[in-house]
Design a protein around this ligand. Structure first.
Ligand code: ATP
Length: 307
């Protein structure tokens, strides 16, 4: 008991400190995909045409409400087929970038471009159809597992669904359930762990096969096996796809083409991992902090297993 009481309540460091609101917001992010666009759009807009899959944020400023600017002049480019990872403290504006790319809100200043097209000039439906989202907390519909995976691609066959589940390493688990793919999940169905739910979201994204991907990494600690499996799948899924990853574990970002470090709505550092470490700035400090907290987490596990 004494040992446990001495352990830090949140041993994972400040990058893990999350507000409940943020969690709920990203849940909504996915839910919203099947609802009408929040932003009014004139009728007859052409569909987005994705050729290479380049994403550009050009001098983007944004606030949810007047008088409070959340993003200040943010510019970055995700080259086709590459990954940009965003890190930064809670409330620094990471998820807001994802919401703007999905056009849940319009920018206050600047532009968001996909393959050169301002996302305000194309139909929101076609924009969202081009983007796969793996949210940090997956909301399952009160329906069967098959429905939950297949939803988002109405022409998916059962074979497609099973192939996606296999790729997301969730097939075996599904097969072990009494009703297999017909097992009801969601609030009234079989309960699934955070890792399992995220794998279902991954299967969904694999099935959708979108040119663009938004991955909002889970902040809640998954068991390390799930975490590893999801990481492997994400690596595969993001290959040859343009991906925006909102990263909560610095270990995830090591391989990203570019890392953006956000602080209060501004990009304060950018570059690949090794370069940022050499620089010895904010990213290097975050990295050190996380290394030591991971260390203390391991220590915690050791102590608990002894106890
Ligand atoms: P976290 O790591 O905690 O998820 P974040 O970096 O993703 O944080 P955002 O969710 O982008 O941060 O939020 C940036 C800021 O915008 C925060 O100050 C937040 O309070 C504010 N904000 C987010 N959503 C809304 C909203 N719907 N209305 C008003 N303010 C909001």
């Amino acid at each position: 008991y004494v040992i446990q009481l001495c352990l830090p309540l949140n041993s994972l460091g400040f990058v893990y400190r999350e507000s409940r609101d943020a969690l709920v917001n990203t849940e909504k992010l996915f839910q919203l995909l099947r609802e009408t666009p929040e932003v009014p759009e004139p009728p007859g807009l052409p569909d987005l045409h994705v050729a290479k899959g380049e994403v550009v944020f050009e001098n983007v400023s944004f606030g949810y409400e007047p008088g409070r600017t959340i993003l200040h002049n943010v510019s970055f480019r995700i080259a086709p087929g590459t990954t940009v990872a965003v890190v930064g403290g809670s409330g620094s504006g990471k998820s807001t970038l994802a919401r703007l790319l999905l056009r849940f809100y319009d920018v206050g200043g600047g532009r968001v471009l996909v393959d050169g097209q301002d996302i305000r000039s194309v139909s929101t439906r076609s924009l969202r159809a081009a983007i796969g989202v793996v949210p940090q907390e997956t909301l399952l519909f009160n329906d069967t597992i098959a429905y939950n995976i297949g939803y988002g691609r109405s022409d998916a066959t059962m074979d497609d669904i099973v192939a996606a589940a296999k790729a997301a390493h969730i097939h075996e688990l599904i097969e072990s359930l009494p009703q297999k793919y017909d097992t009801p999940v969601g609030e009234r169905g079989v309960k699934m762990s955070g890792g399992e739910k995220q794998r279902i979201a991954l299967a969904r994204a694999i099935l959708k096969n979108p040119p663009l991907l938004i991955f909002d990494e889970a902040t809640s600690a998954l068991d390390s096996q799930s975490e590893r499996a999801i990481q492997d799948e994400l690596d595969q899924l993001s290959q040859n796809r343009t991906a925006l990853v909102i990263a909560h574990r610095l270990s995830t970002v090591v391989d990203a083409g570019e890392i953006l470090v956000m602080d209060r709505g501004r990009i304060i550092e950018r570059g690949p991992h090794a370069e940022l470490l050499r620089k010895g700035g904010a990213y290097a400090r975050l990295w050190q902090l996380q290394q030591s907290s991971e260390h203390s987490e391991e220590r915690e596990k050791e102590l608990l297993s002894v106890g």
